[in-house]
Design a protein around this ligand. Sequence first.
Ligand code: CMX
Length: 464
Amino acid sequence: MAHLLSKSVKQLVRKIPIVGQTATRSVTTLQETLAAQVPEKQKSLAALKKEHGSHVIGEVTIDQCIGGARSVKCMLWETSNLDPAEGIRFRGLTIPECQAVLPTYSGVAGDGEPLLESLLWLLLTSEVPTKEQVDTLTAELHSRAKLPDHVIPLLNSLPKDMHPMTQFTIGLNACQTESKFAKAYAEGVPKTDYHTYALEDILTVIAVLPEIAATIYRNVYFDGVVNKDTSLDYSGNFARMLGYDNPSFDELMRLYLCIHTDHEGGNASAHTTHLVGSTLSDPYLSYAAGLNALAGPLHGLANQEVLKWIQELKAKFEAEGKPITAETITEFAWDTLNAKKVIPGYGHAVLRKTDPRYTSQREFALKHMPDDELFKVVDTIYQVMPGVLKEHGKVANPYPNVDSHSGVLLWHYGFTQFQYYTVLFGVSRAVGGLSQLYWDRALGLPLERPKSVTPEWLWSQVKK
Ligand code: CMX
């Protein structure tokens, strides 16, 4: 992969400090790396605020006020940035750049998908870790992964027809008994120490999510038995817990978990985590709130909706004895639009081009399952849908987003329980939302409290 990078990208990648490469002593830990960064970042933000606090960075129109605050710049987000044309950059790196430089399971960057632990390190520290550093993080996450005793019995008691996302937030909320941040706050630790306790909770939340998620999957669809293999990385172990034992599926899980982590701050799950955290709710409660936002069909639930849409399309045309072609897909798309429903997996509040997270999944499919029947359907949808949505004329972005592709990859490996797909998104999104939550507390960001206005006030502004 690295050899495919352009010269400018190689230059960019070289600028990223590779911590530990020249170190002669034992591996620098994540905690040491962050502790060294905090004072400098605090100083820089304080200087920005003091010297330029009144500098104007935008204006707000009535359209934006009543239209979901699109493009209003009012939130600080360290870990990633989303460009409408280019898509996501994690700490300045595009997805292909991450694939080229981040440590993989084999240990060779570019040979396979990055490890989720590599991306967690990058998002938290803005540094590309060594494989040794990533291995210490894997071991640390495994060591933190024990659920409190009451959680599995609680999950086992939930109705099997309760949506997996509802079960997921219940499971995470139930782990909050272990919050070190909440305990430290109650004991009155100084504000300057909040971030160290937040980091404790953040790492533990990320560590426990796979077992909560896997227990729900095994309970709802199988025998409730969860088998771990902690000789593997985070994603490989998660795959085993779900019940999949296939190196190719492990690679899919690594890609899936990496690309869903972060999408700057304004999306509903990340924003909710940040907002709730700003009240000094601990990371367990903050991320459980973020999961509830992710469970909406306009956000993370769209991945299950895509699979449902494709299955309905297949069922309709199979019953009519028609093949699935560009023509029949177009017909089905218009049926959906004429019924005033959305085409799941298409459109985006910020993006105006094909989502690079879609493209990376398409590349995975071309490599691992080029002849898969559903992949071919998704590819044909990709050929016709932008044209249909352009003709429809309402949609700002007629191109596919991340949710458009993820389901068919899972389906290929026999993971067909699409009502569960958003839980996988939820395991991943924790890594982005909570990395930022660390910096929220380290930088001492205040309670978030934008101003709302009444319709009468808006009219009064227009009449002035
Ligand atoms: N199919 C049909 N209509 C769509 C559409 C789609 N895929 N995407 C947008 N529209 C409609 C909107 O509903 C809106 O209609 P109204 O004016 O009648 O309300 C109009 O087009 C303009 O919307 P927009 O400015 O293009 O999009 P928004 O920023 O308001 O919303 C999003 C963005 C993602 C909610 C929307 O594109 C959508 O509903 N897509 C389908 C659901 C989906 O795939 N969500 C996942 C997004 C990624 C993620 O968060 O996981």
